[in-house]
Ligand binder design. Structure first.
Ligand code: GLU
Length: 485
């Protein structure tokens, strides 16, 4: 019988989720949706020194914002909860104790100073570093003696000689020689679990069938498999592993703040759409084939297979993300575009949010939809419609103040005053005949000065449409005040 797919995204929120985490979450989600399986969201928060409640809340928020809805996890619950590891400590303690009893694990009393000194010695002797097995076979008396000294013991897993081999769905068969997988710690002196114990116990107890995660975790796999063995899990019940390729920065260096790796919240604040982020991240290591790059979330779930995931590193490309974001903005309906733009206009204090303002924004949005790649460009584009105390931007001042520009503006003023019906067509006709045909000016020069005079900037939506929206009185006032500069 084929088991129903259960796949989990299990971040340790020690900071805001970033591009790498979300690429993993997206692939987990897409795989679950493609197979009709269950998407589990588990928070790995056992490292209480680094995980905070704020980061956990932010992680939940980010996944929701991206539309990666989970079937089991925080706020949703599920049959195998709780889904925060900090609420499952008794489960890990139970297994650690059981492993001790089974002699799969042992108490280790070595202090960090002792371990450090021996690591130095290993280095000097050119021996592979790692735990040397000192406490592997302590007698009851030795254990009691250490305890009476007041020493705390960690629980350490015994790694037998041999090797671990498993088939990775992306990388094929992989073997780890245990010479390079020394005995490892499962629980700290205070009883708290380490990642390897918690992750393995949870994947088994939550009946996870597929572990799709970043390549950085590949080397932890033999340790997790060792935990499964100690739990008495049959090999056919191990999850299937698939390690996703690294995401590199544009310069082929490890992804960092400098070359793209910033929190998803940063992208949200910059006006990237969640569907654009998901679309773009889906292409990092996976492709739908046929050079297709623009896909919807629905298509992603239809097309996503692990077979199409590449094993070589993917490269993050901000330009491509921006291009996709522009496409997604153009694909929005006017209502959606309005709804998504309003928070940006409000936070930039371009509008307060009155009905009149929103109506004006609504009429202006169609003329900028083709021209922006991020929503945070909207305030700068539409600011001219709402500024009460109008000022020409510093950098553009020279383009309205020289003698030639003043001629253009004076001439425009006379022409525009004569317009009866103020539409973008009539404005264009008037300015073309007077400035281009009669004065013989180049459009860029002629309209450039008018643009700066009425919008205050060289960057603005199409000129004649903007002027129509502004209305005749305001346009004439602004041209007159530019003339007075
Ligand atoms: N919690 C681990 C991390 O954030 C990932 C666990 C896993 O996917 O196995 O690095």
């Amino acid at each position: 019988m084929v088991k129903a797919v259960r796949v989990r995204f299990a971040p340790s929120p020690t900071g805001d989720l970033h591009v790498g985490n979300i690429r993993t979450a997206l692939f987990d989600w897409a795989y679950a949706r493609h197979t009709g399986g269950t998407f589990i969201f588990r928070i790995e928060d056992t490292d209480t020194t680094r995980v905070t409640d704020e980061y956990i809340a932010a992680a939940i928020d980010t996944l929701r914002w991206l539309g990666l809805q989970w079937d089991e996890g925080p706020e949703v619950g599920g049959e195998y909860g709780p889904y925060l590891q900090s609420q499952r400590l008794d489960i890990y303690a139970h297994w650690a104790q059981k492993f001790i009893e089974q002699k799969d694990a042992y108490y280790c009393f070595c202090t960090s100073e002792e371990l450090e000194a021996r690591r130095e010695a290993q280095k000097a002797a050119n021996v592979a570093p790692g735990y040397d097995g000192q406490c592997r076979d302590l007698s009851e008396e030795q254990i009691a003696a250490f305890r009476s000294e007041g020493r705390q013991a960690v629980v350490r897993m015994r790694m037998p000689d041999g090797e671990t081999t498993f088939v990775d769905q992306i990388r094929g068969e992989i073997s780890f020689d245990h010479k390079f997988v020394p005995d490892f710690v499962l629980a700290r002196g205070d009883g708290s679990p380490l990642y390897t114990l918690a992750v393995a116990v949870d994947d088994i107890s939550m009946k996870v069938t597929h572990v799709l995660r970043g390549e950085d975790l590949l080397s932890s796999t033999p340790r997790q498999i060792r935990v499964y063995q100690a739990m008495g899990v049959k090999e056919e019940d191990y999850p299937t592993f698939a390690h996703l390729p690294f995401v590199m920065g544009q310069d082929n260096a490890k992804l960092s703040k400098r070359n793209g790796e910033v929190s998803i919240a940063w992208y949200r604040d910059k006006g990237f759409l969640p569907e654009a982020i998901c679309n773009y991240l889906a292409l990092l290591g996976w492709s739908p084939g046929d050079d297709v790059e623009n896909i919807t979330m629905k298509q992603l779930t239809e097309l996503f297979t692990v077979e199409r995931v590449n094993s070589s590193p993917a490269r993050f490309d901000m330009k491509k993300l921006e291009a996709i974001n522009g496409d997604k903005i153009r694909a929005l309906t006017l209502d959606e575009f309005l709804e998504r733009s309003l928070p940006f206009l409000k936070s930039a204090k371009v509008i307060a949010g009155s009905q009149d303002e929103i109506a004006l924004v609504n009429s202006a949005l169609p003329i900028i939809q083709e021209r922006i790649t991020r929503l945070d460009e909207v305030p700068a584009m539409l600011k001219f419609l709402f500024t009460k105390s109008f000022a020409v931007e510093e950098a553009s001042l020279s383009k309205v103040s020289d003698a030639a520009s003043k001629d253009v503006l004076r001439r425009s003023l006379t022409e525009l005053e004569g317009i009866e019906e103020w539409t973008h067509d009539s404005i264009e006709a008037a300015l073309r005949s007077s400035l281009i045909e009669e004065l013989g000016l180049k459009p860029r020069i002629a309209f450039g000065s008018v643009r700066i005079a009425v919008t205050g900037s060289t960057i603005s939506p199409p000129l004649f449409e903007s002027m129509e929206l502004l209305g005749k009185t305001v346009c004439l006032e602004r041209i007159s005040s530019a003339l007075a500069l």
